[in-house]
Design a protein around this ligand. Sequence first.
Ligand code: M6R
Length: 590
Amino acid sequence: MCGIVGYIGEGNAKEIVLRGLHRLEYRGYDSAGVGLYDGKYHVFKEKGRIDALEKTIALNKASLGIGHTRWATHGRVTKENAHPHASYDERFLVVHNGVIDNYKTLAERYLGGKARKSETDSEVFASLVASFAKDHPVDVAIREVLKLLEGSYAVLVVDKENPGTLYAAKHKSPLLIGKRNGGVVIGSDMMALVGAADNYLALEDETFVRITSDNFSLYDLEGDILPYRLQKIDIDAFESDKGEFPHYMLKEIHEQPAVLRRIITKYFDDSEVRIDQALLQKIKMCDRIHILAAGTSMHAGLVVKDMLETFALVPTEVHIASEFAHHPPLIAGNPFFILISQSGETADLRACLTDIKQEGHPSLTVTNVRTSTLAREADDYLEIHAGPEIAVASTKAYTAQIAVLTILAYALSEQSFDLKRELAEVAQAMEQFLDKQEKIRPLVKKYLTKPHAFYIGRGLDYAVCLEAALKLKEISYIHTEGFASGELKHGTIALIEENTPVIALISNAKTAAYTRSGINEVKSRGANTLVIACESFQEAEDAIVLDDVNPTFAPMLTVIPTQLIAYYAALERGNDIDKPRNLAKSVTVE
Ligand code: M6R
């Protein structure tokens, strides 16, 4: 979802801003733009990809720059609606990430009939700054406007009358600032800062920043100076090259065994789990765990519910964050909240966290980004150590979330077994299967011939079916649903016709026979069935056979062929695999 980058200093602002925008591409966008200063101001905007924008930029070097990737919320995808936006008098340029809910009211009250060039809330913000700057110094004007806003913003402001200064502010949308001798860079996430800064700071809500080429100062909205401490940027953690792979998604699928092994190293000392005792004690005090998450992370939650109930013996509920935020269930007793989020920036989750904190309930964020908003704002966080996940379709974060929460569940339990070895076996089985990945493409060609498909399974296999279906639909655009196989005959089986693809997952002795009978039911109605089974449950016609692992941990393995099925189905259809249509990597609006 929208990303912003800004730079001021001795480096080349054009290169730094464009590199930052490329690194933010994974968040999803439909247009992009930059504002650059090389003695005078230039604005370039384009619909579509940053590559197209780059071709239009007719200057080599700039000392100040702001850039933006836009994911349309207010107004259509047009060049006019792309950022930067200029104020009505052309004095100020603005890039903005977030949503200003009351922009229409503010425009009516303060801007009267002043003409607008775009349909955006962001242009209104630029013009409000211009209007207030008629009677106030620029810093004061911006802060006064910020105080009027309802909604969310990460915003950069350039005053053409003062090219030595860049202004920024943040509320509810992420913004990080980084520094190196001779330059300051600011952006929506760490990826935009790497290479241009050595140290960084994640800004808090309602912070206003005044930036010059060699320093910056933070203020609250009243203008009082705020203290801050910079942290060192760990560059290795932000390695984001595709390497030998044609797509990030395929690279990230292949990284999963290594990620699982990294998690084992990070969370175990010999066979002792390394998780803060104080956190474990807090969870042990609760009588119910509530997991909050969205999309793939919510599907990881459905698997982990099983671990928490089996190992830690704590009743666990899983909630869709966007539902919980505005329609919460009755929360009784001593709850503990676990928020699962790859990005740590999902707005639906943040809305939940604000309420949870207000009620005084304890919270833990499980995330891939330790600098993220949700990691900072929950009482505790656990990192999943998956490394940057660039493809919009989440893969390695799912298995890493399950692995880390499995370790947490084990640490909370009274049980003693060699979890480290069990997880290492899963990593080994993942690798075995990935070595044979070339089997998948012909299967995809043979089976996925229709605009619809179904995944079926029971128990944990069903939980994986939901994730498998999401993956297939989001990148191949084949309409896919995941079903509990026993539920088919209660309605859905009516959809099965000649050659409908039905993919079944079988990894558990308790449910294998029941899933087989579901397969027979759909087969006898014409379905084209493809079975993914662990070795012990294999039957002659099964197309994909995986090594046996402990069935409790099987979801981390059985999901892998489903990720590859989605990948090859999208490849066959010529889709933009890493950036599927209409989707953003980090969903920062509710
Ligand atoms: O960053 P998060 O884990 O909070 O994101 C949640 C979902 O938006 C995300 O998992 C989404 O469903 C992915 N596109 C799925 O591949």
